[in-house]
Design a protein around this ligand. Structure first.
Ligand code: GLP
Length: 244
């Protein structure tokens, strides 16, 4: 779906999410959202906060799982995804603190495998993710599932691609300070989500959007796996759609 700009697109995605949250509320059910970080979903989170403050949209029945976190990463560090999520959404709405989950960047290496299994088990116990929000990396990564990630990959510690680290290095004041690894939800859990919305804005994303939706499915471009999802949509602005 191509929108005139990222603002109208973000509003439309926020409306869909609010509709889902309310529909679940009416049924007395919880709503399990998979959330993403990066610059792309910022407008969406601002819209959701606005809906909470102005229309009383409640997040009391919402349970969230973030896609990823740098490793190692302290939660209060400026670049942590915990801090990002709390500032832009979680601390601004009435979600219960026990209901949001963001991969823990403070674990010891030997704790990671069990932690990742447990992260997936929590999602499974809730019946899976109702709606997964995604951005896309310049190399086609989703979450931090870099090129080469398998379609059935699990939640795990991954090495970040050079191109991903270069993109992140502006936030970390230089490549040498940029983490080399991260914990990411695997492709399998993303593909199991009942609905997936991948968002992308700007000309800088136009080539990878074209590759992901028009070229063949390959693990070199993990976003291309979504071609096989039965309820996935790419919500993009005109500039990101310019090569289609
Ligand atoms: C990071 C995140 C991804 C995100 C990507 C794109 O690598 N781990 O989840 O989709 O960046 O970031 P941006 O939205 O800033 O372009």
């Amino acid at each position: 779906v191509v929108f005139e700009n990222s603002s109208t697109a973000s509003k439309s995605v926020a409306k869909e999410i609010a509709g889902l949250i309310r529909a679940k509320q009416d049924k007395g059910e919880s709503c399990v959202l998979g959330l993403a970080t990066g610059s792309t979903p910022k407008g969406l989170y601002a819209e959701l906060v606005k809906m909470h403050k102005e229309e009383g949209l409640s997040f009391k029945n919402v349970i969230t799982f973030n896609l990823d976190e740098y490793y190692p990463m302290k939660p209060d560090s400026v670049n942590s995804y915990v801090r990002f999520m709390k500032e832009l959404l979680l601390d601004q709405v009435d979600i219960l603190p026990e209901n949001y989950h963001i991969p823990d960047g403070t674990l010891s290496k030997k704790e990671i495998a069990d932690y990742c299994k447990n992260y997936e088990a929590k999602i499974e116990a809730l019946g899976g993710i109702d709606l997964q929000i995604l951005g896309i990396g310049g190399n086609g990564h989703i979450g931090f599932n870099e090129s080469g990630s398998l379609q059935n990959s699990k939640t795990r510690l991954v090495a970040l691609d050079h191109i991903t680290r270069v993109a992140a290095s502006k936030d970390f004041s230089g490549l040498s300070n940029t983490p080399r690894t991260a914990i990411t939800l695997g492709v399998k859990k993303i593909m199991e989500a009942k609905r997936v919305i991948l968002m992308a804005w700007g000309e800088g994303k136009s080539n990878i959007i074209k590759t992901s939706v028009e070229e063949s499915i390959t693990n070199q471009v993990p976003a291309s796996f979504l071609q096989e999802h039965n309820n996935a949509v790419f919500v993009i602005d005109k500039a990101a759609a310019s090569k289609l």
